[in-house]
Design a protein around this ligand. Structure first.
Ligand code: NAD
Ligand code: MG
Length: 329
């Protein structure tokens, strides 16, 4: 049974008078730090002194320290650096983390795949906003919030859930609802979503559609509008009102074509591949490969990224987008 918490379930006193340390000041780190501060909590940001984010966090009026000093008096420590640097960061501050503190993650990767095996005196919780940091900040400022997932990996204090919910309320998430999950469910579904559907699936679908049209002799500019530019209109309808809203807004011809042709593209073969991707995530194959790629200095990552960005759809797209001054880049 799905369990969802709202602001009425939150006892913010569990965070009051406690220092919250945010490690990292990127997409999520900046949003969490500013929202928690504006909610009245005592926030410290932990960053490398030579890093690019230090000046930014200071300019935002936050207290900034090196990671080891930042965790020294913390009751709750949020690991909001890239997943792949969390292990080394934990190891470097481990001896400074006070007895009985709580570690908080916005994605379960490092804990679920055992890159970090936290001391047994620590609470280990997850508050994963279902949206990028910019949105987490903007929704908060407008009086709303981005929904979150909550999970408890280790409950040393017996107060881990109360603490996690207080944090989720501090960043605005409890206004929109906080769904209970596990580190395993959050990590596996998040990785699957971004690989098979959101990032990997959607972009390959766009590029394959573009290549199909261009190979058949159609103009690349026309192909670009059809398969890339118009994607946003459809995604906005889905986001706002699901399949029903999309069907209300598209033509009958588009709806008929959707229903007869969609399943021909995403067919049994594609579903079988989705199951393989999920299985690679669940048995740790993907995590092992990604960790090895990091350790090797990311040569494949860079090669594939270059190939992505050199695709003709990018050349055509850059040119066409430059002519649409209403697009905010
Ligand atoms: P990011 O790449 O935007 O920011 C990383 C920050 O960490 C930067 O401020 C960088 O300077 C800092 N940093 C890097 N190495 C460091 C080190 N050794 N010591 C201290 N600071 C260091 O990261 P992000 O996208 O906000 O991701 C943070 C966490 O949030 C990840 O676990 C990610 O999976 C999760 N998450 C991200 C999103 C998203 O939309 N970006 C959504 C949900 C969850
Ligand atoms: Mg995600």
């Amino acid at each position: 049974m799905m369990k969802m918490y709202s602001e009425a379930d939150v006892d913010s006193s569990s965070l009051a008078a406690k220092q919250v340390t945010i490690l990292g000041y990127g997409s999520q780190g900046r949003a969490h730090a500013l929202n928690l501060r504006d909610s009245g909590f005592d926030v410290v940001v932990g960053l490398r002194r030579d890093g690019a984010s230090w000046a930014k966090a200071e300019a935002d009026g936050l207290r900034v320290m090196e990671p080891a000093a930042a965790v020294e008096n913390a009751s709750i420590i949020a690991f909001l650096t890239p997943d792949m640097v969390q292990r080394q960061l934990y190891e470097s501050v481990q001896t400074q983390i006070p007895q009985g503190a709580a570690l908080l993650f916005a994605h379960g990767f490092a804990i679920h795949f055992k890159l970090i095996e936290p001391r047994s005196d620590l609470d280990v919780v997850l508050i994963a906003p279902k949206g990028p940091g910019g949105l987490v900040r903007r929704q908060y400022e407008e009086g709303h919030g981005v929904p979150c997932l909550v999970a408890i990996h280790q409950d040393a204090s017996g107060e881990a859930l109360a603490l996690a919910l207080a944090y989720s309320a501090g960043i605005g998430g409890a206004r929109a609802g906080v769904i209970e999950t596990t580190f395993a469910e959050e990590t596996e579904t998040d990785l699957f979503g971004e690989q098979a559907v959101l990032c990997g699936g959607a972009t390959e679908l766009i590029v394959a559609g573009f290549e199909t049209l261009v190979d058949a002799g159609y103009q690349p500019e026309v192909a670009y509008y059809e398969v890339m530019h118009e994607m946003k209109l459809i995604v906005d309808l889905l986001h706002e009102g699901g399949l029903k809203k999309m069907h209300e807004f598209i033509s009958d011809t588009a709806a008929y074509g959707d229903m007869v042709s969609g399943p021909r593209v995403v067919d049994e073969h594609a579903r079988k591949k989705m199951k393989e991707i999920l299985s690679d995530i669940r048995d740790g194959t993907f995590a092992r490969n990604w960790i090895a790629e990091n350790e090797a200095g990311m040569p494949e990552f860079r090669r594939m990224m270059e190939a992505d960005l050199e695709h003709p759809i990018e050349t055509v797209g850059t040119d066409l987008r430059g002519r649409m001054d209403w697009l905010t880049g």
